[in-house]
Design a binder for this molecule. Structure first.
Ligand SMILES: [Zn+2]
Length: 82
């Protein structure tokens, strides 16, 4: 089958509303290796409700945003003064 490389232009999709549905997945949890069932909007989950490892990074990212900015102490300033 003949093939060639083409350039695909970047494009953005206008904001819109879309109805999505959950799907119930039956799978084996990667962590505890127990057969489990989860309902999710996204792709097939890897972990059961208990383990849920992939969700952790998202939560920590939110927590980082909540953290108040600290005033910076510039050690180099001391060097200039002294
Ligand atoms: Zn598990």
């Amino acid at each position: 089958m003949p093939s060639k490389i083409i350039n695909v232009k970047e494009y953005t999709v206008k904001a819109h509303q879309r109805q999505i549905h959950t799907r119930v997945f039956n799978f084996i949890c990667k962590q505890c290796e127990q057969p489990t069932q989860r309902e999710t909007f996204g792709p097939r989950p890897l972990y059961c409700e208990t383990c849920r490892a992939p969700q952790a990074p998202k939560k920590s990212a939110k927590a980082l945003n909540k953290r108040k900015p600290r005033p910076m102490t510039y050690k180099s300033g001391k060097d200039i003064a002294g």
